[in-house]
Design a protein around this ligand. Structure first.
Ligand code: ARG
Length: 390
């Protein structure tokens, strides 16, 4: 019997995938990963069993996701089209890597997933699988089957006695992990509509946020966040804690009309409270400790890095090379940044680093000024020379 390893969530799409693959004569092995959504291993196992699945791998990958995928992206300040912290995008290569590993362990020739034929996720998962093992065959039932609408899938599920759960997911398509939530579909497909307040999961609307601010102090060591308010903690725990605090203050909502890899423009609403706090803290520290050239070049690198991550080219030579560059720049990115969280705003309260290149005696307009204004005149003469010649 042909064997396939399916990335399985227990939702409508992948539940229909199980049945469809079985009907095509496959033995289906399932793989479910927890990257930080509402996730119940027992529930997933129960559903899989009810679908006639004999073997399922359920793995909590939050730690690995935080350390090996989110952290490098944070160091690079990777943000796509200015508004998307790449939460969904960063999770896909990790899932694909496990699909490949499990396929090898199971001696399966095939892997499968429930991504649609219009989105980025199929590109990310397929490309990662092809990079890691070009011989594996990939099946994406949603690209092939005749069930082209949600309604037809529900009808198929009913006909085949597949359990359908009723959640918010029915109105909107939601993807959640510890780095953020992506929400699309429904009334938000119309650009004339403001986001639906009810769609948000992690953040409060400004009118519901506290009237007193919270302060968070984040300490970094070589670009890695190590302490929150003076308490040492893992990167994963820090993200969890910041999602709560910043979410309460309505921080981290964005609304983006974005360019998908397949060429379509789509509209997505994002919530990423911890991500925006950490990204800002990291940038604030870099602004003090990196020299001008490194900082400016790193911005270009970050932009390219975000595009590679978005397109699912995580395991590409270029992305890894950029990571090596970024790591080199982080050598002196140690110190702490205190931020005030208030009414959906992040305000810098303090920056501290023993590697800071900021010199008050050079910057000041006060008495202690040590900058030589005389030098400026000559510098400007030479600096402007090519423009004057033109
Ligand atoms: N647009 C985002 C991306 O391509 C999220 C995709 C999944 N979104 C969703 N609502 N299910 O990374």
């Amino acid at each position: 019997m042909k064997k396939v390893v399916l990335a399985y969530s227990g939702g409508l799409d992948t539940s229909c995938c199980v049945k469809w693959l079985q009907d095509k004569g496959f033995e289906v092995v399932c793989f479910s990963a927890n990257l930080g959504s509402e996730f119940s291993p027992a529930e997933i196992k129960r559903k899989a069993k009810a679908s006639g699945i004999k073997k399922i791998y359920v793995q909590d990958l939050q730690q690995e996701f935080a350390e090996d995928y989110i952290l490098p992206a944070l160091k690079a300040n990777a943000v796509y089209e200015a508004k998307y912290v790449l939460s969904t995008a960063l999770g896909r290569p990790l899932i694909a890597k496990y699909l490949v590993d499990i396929a090898h362990k199971e001696n399966a020739e095939y892997v499968a997933h429930g991504c649609t034929g219009k989105g980025n996720d199929q590109v990310r998962i397929d490309t990662t699988v092809k990079i890691l093992d070009p011989k594996l065959k990939i099946i994406a039932p949603l690209r092939e089957w005749e069930l082209t609408s949600r309604e037809s899938e529900i009808a198929y599920a009913k006909k085949n006695k597949i359990e359908i759960s009723t959640t918010k997911e029915k109105i909107y398509s939601i993807d959640q992990n510890i780095w953020g939530i992506s929400i699309e579909g429904g009334m938000m497909e119309d650009l004339a509509n403001a986001p639906d307040e009810k769609a948000y999961v992690l953040t409060k609307g400004i009118d519901k946020t506290p009237s007193k601010p919270d302060y968070v102090e984040i300490e970094f060591e070589k670009g890695i966040p190590i302490k929150l308010n003076n308490k040492k903690m893992s990167f994963l725990s820090m993200i969890e804690a910041l999602n709560k605090i910043a979410g309460k203050h309505g921080i981290g909502r964005t609304d983006l009309v974005e360019d998908r890899t397949v060429g379509i423009k789509s509209r997505e609403i994002y919530e990423a409270p911890a991500a925006w706090v950490l990204l800002q803290a990291h940038r604030e520290l870099e602004s003090a400790v990196l020299d001008k050239d490194t900082l400016h070049f790193k911005e270009i690198v970050g932009l390219r890095y975000s595009q590679l991550a978005y397109q699912g080219l995580w395991f590409s030579r270029l992305r890894k090379s950029l990571e090596a560059f970024v790591d080199m720049t982080q050598e002196k990115v140690s110190g702490s940044v205190k931020l005030k969280l208030y009414k959906a705003n992040i305000v810098v309260a303090q920056r501290k680093s023993k590697h800071s290149l900021y010199r008050k005696e050079l910057a000041t307009y006060g008495e202690e000024d040590q900058f030589n204004r005389e030098d400026a005149k000559g510098f400007i003469e030479i600096f402007s020379l090519p423009y004057r010649e033109r």
